[in-house]
Design a protein around this ligand. Structure first.
Ligand code: LLP
Length: 447
């Protein structure tokens, strides 16, 4: 397993993250446990700051769908980034963490009236308008509230990034945004311009996630600049902001070859400058929304090994105390992960095993072929690169409790999300009165 961020192997032969022994983390906080390496998150934020904000006066909004808690909002605020939210729930988290409203960008393909109202009341900086209904809805709401909403228009540029089918969002056949090639995007611009309470600042797209080809981003930036040119020609409106979404790929397992963040910055800024020159336009302010690349590699999940099942000539299943409930990504996208035994880092691999969870579902797999030392019950398995879209996509299937999240730094660990308990699972359950009394079913007498 590749060691990332502050990970190292300590004198006890244990994995250490943020200066804290991972075996001790498992003892102190229980398993499954999400461990977030604060220094690594900050380091990557720093790289985005240097490559995009300082060098190109761009704005970087952390896509909070990847991993959001109130503590995370505080880190992002301190790092000088903005926050991308896609629901009232994410927005509420930001509000409760006192995240500066002007630095929030609000997305979503079906925003509800109360979500838009919350956004306007809190004064979020940008609302990314996705569809005709939203233009009408936001327009009249803003007017009623005596506000002007600063908006970007979500468009679907018709670019297909090479990634897993479900993670593509920029192609033509997509539920997101107004389509560019068929003229819908241009039409939507005109509609927005006709609404007094909306100030159209720019355009937005997102071509997909876990994208490695920097040319895809450059190419998309070019298409978006073509749209900016068409908008200018048709309406006289100069696009001031160009938001290219997120999608920068990271290393999960062998075969993944991410670029450097500076390369990403160059690919898009070069394309924008070139096209702006060609079309005689002022280059718009660049905005991006990285999610996965900020938190993905900074997260590790610790599990305790339990039962094993060996099928001679087939494979050996090793079950851990979590699974698809805390990490549904293999089940959903065949995502690949690397892992190791945190308590035996110096032992050589002796067998290939399949890591499965404890959910009642055959698809509850985390890793199919993992080389490990001879595994025993009680070993601590560390699965790397679980910082993005794990906690945020976790669920209570089989009424499993969600794990705790701890933030480690300089040898200290703090809980930022408490472990769920059985009472939490029942908090919203209600038994209707008529079901409260026992009412035995009379069984027909059997012969
Ligand atoms: N901006 C927009 C508009 C997005 O739709 C997304 C991700 C992002 C930014 C952040 O993209 P990132 O930098 O994280 O790639 N659940 C999937 C990922 C879905 C991503 C959806 N949109 C997974 O676990 O891989």
């Amino acid at each position: 397993m590749k060691l990332r961020g502050t990970m190292k192997v300590n004198l006890a032969g244990h994995l250490e993250i943020g200066g804290y022994d991972a075996v001790q983390l498992a003892r102190d906080f229980g398993t499954p446990l999400y461990v977030m390496d604060e220094a690594m998150i900050r380091e990557i934020c720093g790289q985005y700051r240097a490559s995009f904000i300082m060098k190109h006066h761009a704005e970087v909004f952390y896509a909070s769908k990847a991993f959001l808690t109130m503590a995370m909002c505080r880190i992002i605020e301190q790092e000088g980034l903005g926050l991308d939210v896609v629901s009232g729930g994410e927005l509420y988290t930001a509000i409760k963490a006192k995240f500066p409203p002007g630095r929030i960008c609000f997305h979503g393909n079906n925003k509800q009236l109360d979500e838009l109202r919350l956004a306007l009341e809190y004064g979020v900086g940008r609302i990314v308008v996705d569809n005709y209904r939203e233009i009408e809805m936001l327009g009249s709401l803003a007017e009623q509230m005596g506000r002007t909403a600063e908006v970007l228009l979500r468009v679907s540029p018709g670019v297909e990034a090479h990634t897993h089918e479900y993670i593509k969002t920029g192609q033509i056949d997509s539920k997101f945004g107004f389509t560019v090639p068929n003229g819908q995007a241009l039409d939507a611009v005109k509609r927005c311009l006709a609404v007094k309470s909306l100030e159209l600042r720019g355009i937005h797209c997102h071509i997909g996630s876990q994208v490695f080809e920097m040319e895809s981003f450059g190419y998309t930036a070019g298409i978006m600049m073509e749209l900016a040119r068409d908008i200018y020609r048709e309406t006289g409106l100069e696009i001031k902001e160009l938001n290219l979404g997120g999608g920068f790929g990271i290393y999960y397992a062998e075969g993944d070859e991410p670029s450097r963040i500076e390369k990403y910055a160059e690919a898009v800024t070069d394309a924008i400058a070139r096209k702006a020159g060609e079309y005689g336009l002022k280059p718009p302010r660049l905005m991006i929304e990285p999610g996965r690349s900020i938190v993905g590699e900074a997260g590790t999940t610790l599990y305790t090994v339990g039962s094993t099942k060996e099928i001679p000539g087939v494979r050996k299943y090793v079950a851990v105390d979590g699974g698809m409930s805390d990490n549904p990504r293999h089940a959903l996208y065949q995502a690949r992960y690397e892992a190791c035994l945190a308590n035996r880092m110096n032992s050589p691999a002796e067998e290939k095993v399949a890591i499965t969870g404890k959910c009642c579902e055959s698809g509850d797999m985390l890793i199919w072929d993992l080389p490990l030392p001879k595994v025993e019950a009680g070993d601590i398995l560390a699965v790397a690169c679980t910082g993005a879209y794990n906690y945020s996509m976790s669920m209570n299937y089989n009424r499993l409790c969600r794990p705790a999240v701890v933030l480690v730094q300089d040898g200290a660990a703090e809980v930022i999300v408490e472990r769920e308990n059985y009472e939490d699972l029942l908090r919203n359950d209600r038994i209707p009165k008529r079901l409260r009394q026992a009412k035995p079913v009379r069984l027909a007498s059997r012969r």
